[in-house]
Structures are given as structure tokens and as C-alpha cells.
Design a protein around this ligand. Structure first.
Ligand code: ADP
Length: 245
């Protein structure tokens, strides 16, 4: 009986590992799929290049199939959980610890709420991860990354809703009016080959499923330049589960 118990714990651990890996790779896979599709659409490919792209596409579709299958298994098992802002943000900041320690970016984190929010934790972490990665990218010359969380009331959509607000502010280069108008569009990036332009688009979808709100302010004022993103998550509403792709 003891062996069976150990065995089932091992299986559960493997399952958790597989599901977290497939969750992490699903978005980059999606990006690669879309990019290959766009390459295949171009007219000026040489016949051999076209054949390479086709082979890449069919190999990739096998990988995607494996990833979605594992993910589907994961998503059946996954339930929305109750977490605090500190738990969510710290999990993400930990990933950047090394990079931040070697940079001239100073991090300030201040959590003024212990409210638990019902959410799909991996998804909200992904949103925070995208926002923090963007803030770091905007501060190549160093600066301050300020993360705060507090209980809040959101007044948009003609109603008053209680929840938490997490703000992520940077003292980076800020955004031009064009970027401010387009940043939620899929594939819109100013980072050339280093960006996919999918981060904020994906984030907006996740926030929408959580009945939340993602807003921002940004300025390129010569002295007070920078950007602040604000994520509101309501506590009284059921998030809808992630959709399988
Ligand atoms: P990516 O990071 O791959 O470019 P995103 O969708 O995450 O894709 O962001 C789209 C664009 O929005 C970025 O390329 C950048 O120009 C702009 N942006 C997002 N966050 C910030 C920020 N904190 N400071 C300055 N610009 C930003």
C-alpha cells in the first residue's frame, strides 16, 4: 500500500511538471506557428526555402498536438484558486532576480492588501510576467521598477466593483502616441527581432476572461518619462477557464 502511495505521488508530480511545461511552451509555439504561416504566404520564397518551411510546419504541428493534448489534461485538472497579490507578484519577480541583480534597475515592491482573489494563477502570472518583462526592456539605462498592490474599487462599465489593483511602474523610455494607440494589437512590437508583439495582446485576453481591467499611462516627458500599467481583478466574479487552442 505504501508503494502504491509513493507511486501515485510520483505520477501526480510528473503530471504537474508536464502540465506546467506545456503551459509555458504553448504561447511560444503559437507564435512560431503564426510566423511560419506568414513566411509561407510570401511570394518570393525560393522553391527550396518553401520546402523547408513546409517541413518545419508539419514537424511543428506534431509538437503542438503533443503540447495541446498535455495542456488539455492540465486544464481539466486546473481550477481557479484563491491567491494574494504578493503571492502572484513574488512568483514572477523571483524569476527575474538574477537579471535584476546584475542590472542598474532598482526594484520596489509594496503590498498593502492580503485579499485573496479567485483566479487562474498561471494565467495571471503570465500577465504579470509580460508587464514586468516590458518594464525591464524599457530601462536599458537602468531605473526603478515599482510594483504595488492594494484593495480597490473599479468604476468602469457603469458599475462599482471591489477587487485588487496591481500596478507596475517603470522609469523607462515611455511610449510615443503611435505605440500607445497600438500596443494591444497582435504582432505589434517596437523591438524588431527581440519582440513578438503578442505579450500584451495575450494579456488583454486573460484579463478579459477574469472580468478584470488592464489600463496604462505612459509619457516621454524628458524628465518624468515612464510607464505605469494597472491591473484590476474583481473578487466577486468567477473567471472563465482558459480556452484550448
Ligand atoms: P513585445 O514585448 O514582444 O514587443 P508586447 O505586446 O508585450 O510585445 O508589447 C508591445 C509594445 O508595447 C512593445 O514593443 C513596446 O513598444 C510597447 N511597450 C509595452 N510595455 C512598455 C513599457 N513598459 N514601456 C515602454 N514601451 C512598452
Amino acid at each position: 500500500a505504501e508503494n502504491a502511495l509513493i507511486q501515485s505521488e510520483k505520477l501526480a508530480a510528473v503530471g504537474r511538471l508536464a502540465s506546467s511545461i506545456s503551459h509555458e511552451i504553448n504561447n511560444p509555439l503559437e507564435a512560431i506557428t503564426n510566423l511560419l504561416y506568414l513566411i509561407a504566404l510570401t511570394d518570393d520564397l525560393s522553391p527550396s526555402a518553401r520546402a523547408y518551411v513546409q517541413t518545419a510546419q508539419s514537424e511543428l504541428s506534431r509538437v503542438c498536438q503533443i503540447a495541446t493534448q498535455t495542456l488539455r489534461f492540465h486544464r481539466q485538472a486546473v481550477r481557479a484558486t484563491n491567491v494574494t497579490a504578493a503571492e502572484l507578484v513574488n512568483a514572477v519577480l523571483n524569476l527575474y532576480q538574477g537579471r535584476l541583480a546584475n542590472s542598474s534597475i532598482k526594484v520596489e515592491a509594496c503590498y498593502a492588501t492580503t485579499t485573496r482573489i479567485l483566479c487562474f494563477e498561471n494565467d495571471i502570472r503570465q500577465v504579470l510576467n509580460n508587464l514586468i518583462a516590458n518594464a525591464i526592456d524599457a530601462m536599458r539605462q537602468g531605473g526603478r521598477l515599482i510594483v504595488r498592490a492594494h484593495d480597490a474599487t473599479d468604476e468602469s462599465r457603469g458599475k462599482s466593483r471591489h477587487g485588487i489593483r496591481i500596478t507596475i511602474a517603470d522609469t523607462g523610455h515611455g511610449m510615443s502616441p503611435e505605440v500607445r494607440a497600438r500596443l494591444f494589437e497582435p504582432f505589434y512590437t517596437t523591438k524588431d527581432l527581440n519582440g513578438t508583439g503578442l505579450g500584451l495582446w495575450i494579456s488583454a485576453g486573460i484579463v478579459r476572461r477574469h472580468q478584470g481591467r488592464l489600463s496604462f499611462r505612459s509619457t516621454q516627458h524628458p524628465i518624468h518619462h515612464g510607464t505605469i500599467f494597472s491591473l484590476f481583478l474583481p473578487w466577486a466574479e468567477e473567471p472563465s477557464p482558459p480556452v484550448s487552442q
